[in-house]
Write a protein that binds this ligand. Structure first.
Ligand SMILES: Cc1cc2nc3c(=O)[nH]c(=O)nc-3n(C[C@H](O)[C@H](O)[C@H](O)COP(=O)(O)OP(=O)(O)OC[C@H]3O[C@@H](n4cnc5c(N)ncnc54)[C@H](O)[C@@H]3O)c2cc1C
Length: 462
């Protein structure tokens, strides 16, 4: 059997798309590496709704609980669903290579929707590889998937809505935080100017102000922090930072950092799709048509993988992509497709109204990453090694990769790509947009020889 559509990713966009595609009468297979539906925002929601106390569940917030109805709708649609399954290669005839439970297999489809979401932007600094330092996203994953909370003197540092949300979630769970180090440059006139368009999404603005006010009321906020560093022998013991031109330090057991999120682009890069540079947030995203088709016919992208927008916009974009796919496969006419997606566009525009303001208030960090700061954790390559390679090989991401092995480890450059790009850009004067990204080759995710050896051709989930 060849599926009409293979959807990769079971977050808000993937689920919304799969339900709609099924309603169009198309056969759909949805593949996701997580054990249950929900994606990043609604990770573990079915389990948590059944085992967490109502206080713990409500600490996760209204947006988290809103996911329950989407997950129920997805389950009710009876879509063929492969959880705990990774996609590690996609071929241009829309053959997908998957692994689950130690076994590789391939499936075929007439069209593919990538609803693979976002990842945290890596932002290395001195001491970031010490045990005790991790990202806010990773800490939140532990909270949602295992109800695990950090212990000891907890510091949160970074910029953007996610660290504020996580800090609020911790406080609601009765945890105390030693401090919140805000690394964003703060409001300026250009950011305030962008607020004008945000009136269409006032509730989101009020929510963000509430989170920040919560930190402020408890005297946790440190503004315009720069030069964050972590120190310790075997593990994190202290942190230091610059605030108002003053060097400050504090004892710390846990430091949680976050500098925004960027779209997952490995699949679209490997498939040779055209990409565009987002200068405000300094990331690449696939170029998409109005119906969310990439430059390759039959390959669509929905949700944060096509540009960061949050879950409401992700759901709307999933439905728009489903309509685009249905039109591409001839299940509906083009005119029908245009009529059906008009109201979704309004929902999407409302959800994205605050985005220019958020992009301006929370720009990616611009500090220099230099010396023995680790850039590539997989291959243990430092900033100075990357800089030396860049000085020799000129403005070429792949030449630096070949010279240093940066980006050749298990994460395939997800953790170092933009850092290497920024170091080469500074060394050569070449713009990041022109530098682009590493050439991405399969497998996108690690796959073992044993899994390959057990590869079988099969279409049906079991
Ligand atoms: C760590 C993290 C935590 C976040 N927490 C929040 C939050 O609490 N609140 C909030 O409003 N926003 C949060 N966000 C932002 C969030 O990404 C969006 O709001 C929303 O989840 C986007 O939905 P989506 O459908 O685009 O993708 P996602 O929800 O990210 O879903 C994508 C899914 O695709 C799967 N996937 C990716 N690649 C593959 C592959 N190769 N094979 C198989 N499966 C794959 C992922 O595991 C994931 O389940 C978070 C983002 C990150 C990175």
């Amino acid at each position: 059997m060849i599926y009409d559509v293979a959807v990769v990713g079971c977050g808000p966009s993937g689920m919304a798309a799969a339900v709609k595609l099924k309603n169009f009468g198309l056969s759909v297979l949805l593949v996701d590496e997580q054990p249950a539906p929900g994606g990043q925002i609604w990770r573990g929601i079915e389990r948590n709704a059944s085992i967490m106390s109502s206080a713990s569940l409500s600490a996760l917030g209204a947006d988290y609980q809103a996911g329950m109805s989407s997950v129920r709708e997805f389950r009710a649609a009876n879509v063929d669903y492969l959880p705990s399954t990774q996609v590690w290669q996609i071929e241009g005839d829309w053959t997908l290579f998957l692994t689950s439970a130690g076994r590789a297999r391939r499936i075929s489809a007439r069209a593919v929707l990538l609803a693979t979401g976002a990842q945290e932007r890596p932002a290395p600094f001195a001491g970031w590889t010490l045990p005790g330092v991790m990202t806010v996203g990773a800490a939140q994953i532990l909270m949602k998937s295992g109800d695990m909370l950090p212990k000891g003197r907890i510091w949160i540092a970074g910029s953007g809505p996610l660290p504020l949300l996580y800090a609020t979630q911790l406080l609601k769970r009765g945890k105390s935080i030693s401090g919140y180090l805000d690394t964003s440059p703060g409001l300026d006139f250009s950011a305030i100017g962008k607020l004008v368009g945000g009136w269409r999404n006032v509730p989101q603005l009020i929510k963000g102000i509430g989170w920040q006010w919560g930190m402020r009321r408890k005297n946790l906020l440190h503004w315009k922090v720069q030069g964050l560093a972590a120190q310790g022998n075997e593990r994190l013991e202290h942190i230091s930072w610059m605030e108002n031109s003053e060097l400050k330090s504090a004892a710390a057991d846990v430091l949680l950092v976050h500098e925004g999120v960027v779209p997952r682009i490995h699949e679209t890069l490997a498939l040779g799709c055209e990409h565009r540079w987002n200068d405000a947030q300094r990331y690449l995203a696939p170029a998409l048509s109005k119906m969310r088709e990439t430059s390759r016919i039959g390959l669509f992208v929905a949700g944060d993988a096509g540009g960061i927008g949050g879950w409401v916009a992700a759901e709307a974009s999933g439905e728009i992509a489903a309509i685009g796919i249905a039109a591409r496969l001839g299940a509906i006419s083009d005119v029908d497709g245009i009529i059906r997606q008009a109201h979704l566009r309004q929902r999407q525009a409302r959800a994205l109204a605050l985005r220019p303001f958020l992009d301006a208030v929370y720009p990616p960090p611009r500090h220099d990453i230099e010396g023995d700061v680790m850039v590539c954790r997989c291959e243990e390559v430092t900033a100075s090694t990357v800089k030396t390679a860049a000085d020799y090989s000129g403005p070429d991401m792949n030449a630096v990769k070949a010279a240093t092995r940066c980006g050749m480890g298990p994460c395939q450059g997800r953790q170092c790509g933009y850092t290497v790009q920024s170091i080469i850009s500074k060394a050569s004067g070449q713009s990041p947009e022109k530098l682009g990204f590493y050439n991405i080759r399969p497998p996108f995710k690690p796959v073992t020889l044993g899994e390959l050896a057990l590869m079988e051709a099969g279409n049906m989930p079991n």
